[in-house]
Design a protein around this ligand. Sequence first.
Ligand SMILES: C[S@@+](CC[C@H](N)C(=O)[O-])C[C@H]1O[C@@H](n2cnc3c(N)ncnc32)[C@H](O)[C@@H]1O
Length: 280
Amino acid sequence: MRQRLAENPGYVFDNTTVHSREQHHCLTAAYDPMTLERLAQTGVASGWRCLEIGSGGGSVARWLAERVAPTGEVVATDIDPRHLTERPCLTVAKHDVVTDPLPSATFDLVVVRLVLQHLPQRLAVLGKLVRSLKPGGWLQIDELDTAYEPPLLTPDERAQELYETFLRTKTAVMRAAGGDPQWGRRVPAAMRAAGLTGVDPQLRLQLRHAGSAALRLQLHLTHHLQDRLITAGMTEQQLDEVRALMRDPSFCAVSSVMYSVHGRRPRQEKDGKGGKGVVS
Ligand SMILES: C[S@@+](CC[C@H](N)C(=O)[O-])C[C@H]1O[C@@H](n2cnc3c(N)ncnc32)[C@H](O)[C@@H]1O
């Protein structure tokens, strides 16, 4: 475990644990509606060449593979691709986006969801993703900002404080690993600084209430991150109590903000001397 963390210090979740299937199930249920709606807006269609970084459970890559069939290709990568399966038009690759190379000027569309915010090297990785786009190619980055996720309905003040303690500790765990819990709000400016045009941010909130995917994801986090939450100061009793709170049918809170941001690699880019040069 210590060795694995040393290899991938920015990533607090882990595809090797018993919790990872539930994590990917929750992410799919909570965020695919927005991610897929935004991907459809790019016009992705038969023949496109697409790349998904950190595909996790693979639902986005599978959707893309159906859109680009029969002549296109989707490459789904992950540092630990154990949950990914190949199918027509879908290739799976074990790939560390921080250290492994990507081909340049290759993809019509690159999508990355909930990966960069975990990686201390996120800006360097963003540059690498931009270079992998064909001129005119699309980049879609979907990431959270956890600064706004207030509780709305709790049984009493103590329960509200407990939930807020959980939120604060979760954020501290991510920061301690080099993550940026507010990365979502920084994505548009980072994409523009990386040379993309037509940067188009959209954002979405959900309600966390009993039975919702958004709340089930939080409940899941109390298990997946249990050791780290305890190291960061929560007690086992507090974790049990916050789990019971999140199972209370009357509990309701606001989700963190999900940003989905589009940008395109210019068809013509400035060359190193400030003039216009055609990208190969
Ligand atoms: C929070 S999950 C998100 C999964 C998926 N993108 C989604 O939104 O449903 C992050 C994924 O990124 C992968 N990952 C973490 N560090 C990575 C790296 N350096 N290179 C490639 N993938 C990485 C993890 O293994 C995990 O599957």
